[in-house]
Design a protein around this ligand. Structure first.
Ligand code: HEC
Ligand code: HEC
Length: 340
């Protein structure tokens, strides 16, 4: 910009430049000017650890029952979620909150709806000793793994030290989870210039998503996951779970009913929606969001277009070979699927 312009003129020129940029929409515009950016493929730097983490993610022996693995509630055949309103844990325990997807979870500013875990490794220890989930202890989980010779070898190869400890377990799981990204969705193809990747209705849906203000909370590569926001900005949300959101972590009144904005990547696969799983369909979720976050009632046609856009956010799912888990040894403690 011309540095000799007086400040006011500079401000006007800057404003004009911005509004001109806003008018240029669509694929002609560089992807980095859109509020949503493409997902980058995962870079695997430690394949041995990823492979070990994958086994642990699928291993039900990390639970008291010997039946529940991370994949039970974050099913990688179903978008990394369980498609239930709230999860089922040990002893058919009714979970208190909807299970978020593990796909692209490495992009979250923190983990859990209320952000109480700072990262994936901190999160991964949680479910193992949660009585309502895997109902085990970290010590018992480590004992099980140590009793399995092939795991001892794999841990040694990945960490170059012995014995196995819970930090290695959670780090391996987190390292595996970092590979669970979903690049190359049709929307991302469009963002990087493939004009015909989206239909007219899908583009119209994206414009509505931007222009009505959804992007103020759902933005960045994960289309969410990067801030805590109030659920019910314009109109209160009728919660059915008693969850307090971020307030439970900070104790600050201002954080009451603030939740981590969920990623909208693969949202077509991760129904039902919201922390209480109260919205069964995307149509319902969009209606609720419009009304309670933005004070806006969409027509059926507008809603359908937004839903059509949201479905273009489904990316390439991680291509996994189902891991074959090493067998228990004679010394491996046996599972307790029933408490009596
Ligand atoms: C019984 C079901 C269940 C099991 C088993 C389970 N989870 Fe979860 N997971 C949940 C629920 C429910 C939440 C949300 C809890 C909350 O936010 O308070 C969650 C949250 C998460 C999150 C945070 C995602 C986000 O966007 O905030 C990650 C990551 C995750 N789980 C990974 C794992 C891993 C790894 C394991 C295995 C060690 C595991 N889960 C086992 C149900 C389960
Ligand atoms: C003020 C911030 C904000 C705005 C604006 C906003 N959202 Fe949300 N959105 C959230 C939060 C927070 C949640 C999770 C709330 C919860 O479950 O407690 C959410 C959840 C969702 C979900 C459910 C995702 C899931 O996995 O459960 C969808 C779909 C969604 N929003 C779409 C939209 C659309 C479409 C718009 C625009 C009409 C919009 N949002 C506007 C903050 C916002």
């Amino acid at each position: 910009m011309n540095t000799r312009l007086p400040p006011l003129m500079k401000a006007v020129a800057a404003a004009l430049a911005t509004s001109a940029a806003l008018l240029v929409t669509g694929p002609l515009q560089a992807a980095d000017k859109e509020p949503i950016s493409p997902i980058k493929p995962a870079k695997v730097t430690n394949p041995a650890m990823v492979e070990l983490g994958k086994k642990l993610f699928f291993d039900p022996r990390l639970s008291r029952s010997g039946f529940i693995s991370c994949n039970s509630c974050h099913n990688l055949s179903m978008g990394g979620s369980d498609n239930l309103k709230t999860s089922i844990g040990h002893n058919w325990h009714k979970g208190s909150i909807n299970s978020p997807t593990v796909l692209n979870s490495s992009m979250n500013l923190a983990q859990f709806w209320d952000g109480r875990a700072k990262d994936l490794q901190a999160q991964a220890g949680g479910p193992i000793d949660n009585p309502g989930e895997m109902a085990f202890t970290h010590e018992l989980a480590v004992n099980i793994l140590t009793s399995i010779p092939a795991y001892r070898t794999e841990f040694k190869n990945a960490f170059k030290k012995e014995p196995i400890d819970i930090d290695q377990v959670t780090l391996a799981i987190a390292t595996f989870e970092e590979t669970l990204v979903t690049p190359n969705s049709r929307f991302d193809q469009w963002l990087v210039g493939k004009t015909n990747a989206l239909s007219k209705d899908e583009i119209a849906g994206y414009q509505l998503f931007k222009n009505s203000g959804c992007v103020s909370c759902h933005n960045g590569p994960a289309v969410g996951g990067n801030s805590f926001q109030k659920m019910g900005v314009v109109e209160p949300y009728k919660d059915t779970t008693g969850a307090q959101g971020r307030f439970a972590v900070t104790g600050k009144d201002a954080d009451r009913f603030n939740f981590k904005v969920p990623t909208l990547r693969n949202v077509e696969l991760t129904y039902p929606y919201f922390h209480d799983g109260a919205a069964d369909t995307l149509t319902q979720a969009v209606t609720t969001m419009g009304r309670i976050q933005l004070g806006r009632t969409f027509t059926a046609d507008e809603n359908a277009k937004i839903v059509a856009f949201l479905k273009t956010l489904t990316g390439e799912q991680p291509k996994l070979t189902l891991p074959i888990l090493p067998p228990s040894s004679d010394n491996t403690p046996r599972p307790k699927p029933f408490d009596n």
